[in-house]
Design a protein around this ligand. Structure first.
Ligand code: 4NP
Length: 159
């Protein structure tokens, strides 16, 4: 079983979207028994909260239901997960700060490294913006998740 952890700041917008989009793609390809997805936030701001309503509405437009409750990223996650996917540069730095010796550096990647159609280097934080921003996050994450799935298949993580 390959274990993926998607990480953003609050764990109520971008990372639960990435988690649920990836699970959706895995179910479509009947690979959901081989890859497990979870998400977390680098901050403690929204611990216990459901995904943001505006984010859930944008996901629903693409047929994806957002589930989960926000939790904070913790050092133990480095051991438990095979890949840790950061939504933006700040998330990436905050994750690596929890690993001062660099032991788990090789497990941490930026989500947009897997985009095949979008030139973006980060998944933009939609929290203080309008509806368009939420829709854009879903489009971008669909692209990145498809690329990530292809990477895992090529990487030999599973058949
Ligand atoms: P997320 O979005 O990191 O994608 O979950 C945010 C959620 C909350 C805040 C910022 C970003 N906030 O400042 O409370």
């Amino acid at each position: 079983m390959t274990k993926l952890l998607f990480v953003c700041l609050g764990n109520i917008c971008r990372s639960p979207s990435a988690e649920n989009i990836m699970t959706h793609l895995l179910q479509q390809k009947q690979l959901d028994d081989q890859v497990q997805c979870d998400s977390a936030g680098t901050s403690s701001y929204h611990i216990g909260s459901s995904p943001d309503r505006r984010m859930a509405a944008a996901a629903r437009q693409q047929g994806i239901t957002l589930t989960g409750q926000a939790r904070q990223f913790q050092a133990e996650d480095f051991e438990h997960f095979d890949w840790i996917l950061a939504m933006d540069d700040q998330n990436y730095r905050d994750i690596l700060r929890v690993d001062p010796t660099g032991k788990y550096h090789h497990k941490v990647r930026k989500m947009c490294d897997f985009c095949r159609h979008h030139p973006d280097h980060a998944v933009p934080d939609p929290y203080y913006g309008g509806e368009d921003g939420f829709r854009y996050v879903i489009d971008l994450l669909l692209d990145a998740c498809e690329g990530l799935l292809e990477f895992l298949q090529q990487d030999g993580d599973f058949a």
